[in-house]
Design a protein. Sequence first.
Length: 201
Amino acid sequence: MDKLIEGYRRFRAEVWPEERARYEQLAEAGQSPETMVIACSDSRVDPATVFGAGPGQLFMVRSVAGLIPPYHPDMGQHGTSAALEYGVRVLKVRRVVLLGHAQCGGVRAMLEGPQEATDFVPQWIEIAEPALQRVREAKPGEDIYNRCEIEVLKLSLANLLTFPWLGDAVKAGKLQVQGFHFGIQSGVLAALEGDKLVPVT
């Protein structure tokens, strides 16, 4: 805990004095972010850092591999879907961004098995089965990890559009959706365009 407390003290000493007015305004007026980011829980990929965003700018949800399940309202507990509904229907964000990344542990679990994480992870990554089916068709010599990262992004984008209120907002031109992929080692952000990743310049 010492490192966390040290970090908090730096925040109070260095960041808070400059950002105090922003935090006070956010507390008074509430949040109204234009962008929702759905990203992997990986500690190496922080959406606010990648996109250079400050407090109040991004409404975020993070999960293993940043997976989005298809629309399926029932009596179950759906954390990602609940956050998506809140962002789109209550906060009325103008864009939903999916942020995948290289060397994803969730993707590795899909391809190699979840190791000791057996209580919840296997059921969660079952969402990606359609993507895995496409990965099994990979050409000899193809990087299946990178291919799987792309296919998971594509699947989650497709699943997004199964939420009727989200799909309707996209059709009405009130909401944009976009997939991105971040290279941890390269620091390069690439946009998903069809089946390809195109570096952002």
